[in-house]
Design a protein around this ligand. Structure first.
Ligand code: SAM
Ligand code: SF4
Length: 377
């Protein structure tokens, strides 16, 4: 049986961070979360009745957002007790994303009964001036408290760190890494700030009211952070992700390995048997589909073999393991090193090559796009 990941999107936040353009709306009333969790459960039931979970073994669950930590335990239960999830539990990993401003100890403990073993906390920075400038609802102390709380609850903790935000220095990054690793964090995701169109931060930067790092400076910060983490025993297993061996994110690795996952909720998407499905990105259309007891798939894409190959190469090169030659041959029926021998020669000094894998050397991962583009023909 093929393994399957379940992604549940929770599109609510207490307030919008100035840089963010994720699908999420400001939570004004708890009843909106209650209704939403019922609809998500209904969506899972519809998917189950239409056989989308058949021939698959659900082994990872990921609640992302938005802010999943806003959900009360009863709302998590509403979703998790769908009959289609209940009988398929054999979880290797169950993660929820949490904002330090809304994490709750008792909820984590209660979720452990459903298999929760990981919390991904959006810390972003431990410099109060930076946190304030990007519109976070928490300060440094609250973020540290959140990490301690999750570790005390006995789950693995991952934290997000943003690079290139206002007022950030190299010392801040060192302080961040020293602090979180000493607290027991075994996984860090690092995101270079992206100035998204229409966000408040982009406007402030365009008006010259706030300064952010340039692209080159961000790459330098990422490489600096990467070297600090290496000294602490966390290796770069993906362009933006660092972990101790054995603590890599299993669910997210499915995305990078083009394995099957089902996304439920507003704005989510799925990949099942080389088909991609997209849900509506607004509540109205999403609820309308669910109320009609229909799949909430507004768009369906049948990936051709060449689409799959292109995505496979693009994503696999993000990983420190890179292209697995046997897996590639099994999937596409040809030898990767034969088909791409010219490119492999051209980029030889940037690549690790052995009998099993071809990957981009760790020190070049930050600039991988300029290499990978030549493999996409
Ligand atoms: C869904 S959020 C994580 C959970 C929660 N919403 C929070 O922010 O605490 C996913 C992560 O994406 C990153 N992110 C969001 N917008 C970004 C942007 N414009 N540039 C870089 N990173 C961004 C942040 O690090 C954020 O923690
Ligand atoms: S970064 Fe997280 S908390 Fe902030 S608006 Fe985006 S999804 Fe919400």
């Amino acid at each position: 049986m093929k393994s399957l990941g379940l992604y549940v999107h929770i599109p609510f936040c207490k307030s919008r961070c100035l840089y963010c353009d994720f699908i999420s709306s400001k939570l004004t009333d708890d009843s909106a979360l209650k209704l939403y969790s019922q609809k998500v459960r209904d969506e899972i039931d519809i998917l189950g009745e239409q056989g989308l979970f058949d021939n698959h073994q659900l082994d990872t669950i990921y609640f992302g957002g938005g802010t999943p930590s806003l959900l009360k335990i009863d709302y998590f239960r509403t979703i998790l007790e769908s009959k289609f999830l209940n009988r398929r539990y054999s979880l290797k990993e169950f993660t929820i994303e949490a904002n330090p401003g809304s994490i709750d100890y008792d909820t984590i403990i209660a979720l452990k009964k459903y298999g929760l073993n990981r919390v991904s906390i959006g810390v972003q920075s431990l410099n109060d001036k930076s946190l304030n400038a990007i519109g976070r609802i928490h300060d440094k102390d609250k973020a540290i408290e959140a990490i301690k709380l999750a570790i005390k609850a006995g789950v693995e903790v991952s934290v997000d760190l943003m690079l290139g935000i206002p007022y950030q220095t190299k010392e801040d990054i060192k302080f961040f890494i020293d602090t979180v690793v000493d607290l027991g964090v075994n996984h860090i995701s690092m995101y270079m700030l992206s100035l998204e169109e229409g966000t408040a931060l982009t406007k402030l930067v365009e008006e010259g009211k706030l300064e952010v790092a340039s692209d080159d400076e961000k790459v330098e910060l990422l490489d600096y952070a990467s070297s600090l983490l290496k000294e602490k025993g966390l290796y770069r297993y993906e362009v933006s992700n660092f972990a101790r061996k054995g603590k890599e994110a299993i669910h997210n690795t499915k995305y990078w390995r083009l394995e099957d996952y089902i996304g439920v909720g507003v704005g989510s998407h799925s990949l099942v048997d080389n088909k991609r499905f997209y849900n509506p990105d607004n509540f109205e259309d999403y609820y309308a589909c669910i109320n009609r007891k229909e799949l909430a798939h507004i768009k369906e894409e049948d990936l051709t073999e060449s689409d799959v190959e292109e995505e496979y190469i693009m994503l696999a090169f993000r990983l420190s393991d890179g292209i697995n030659l046997v897996d590639y041959k099994n999937k596409f029926g040809i030898d990767f090193d034969e088909k791409y021998k010219n490119q492999i020669n051209k980029y030889n000094k940037f690549l690790n090559i052995n009998n099993n894998n071809i990957s981009i050397k760790e020190e070049y991962l930050s600039v991988m796009n300029s290499i990978v583009v030549d493999f996409l023909s």
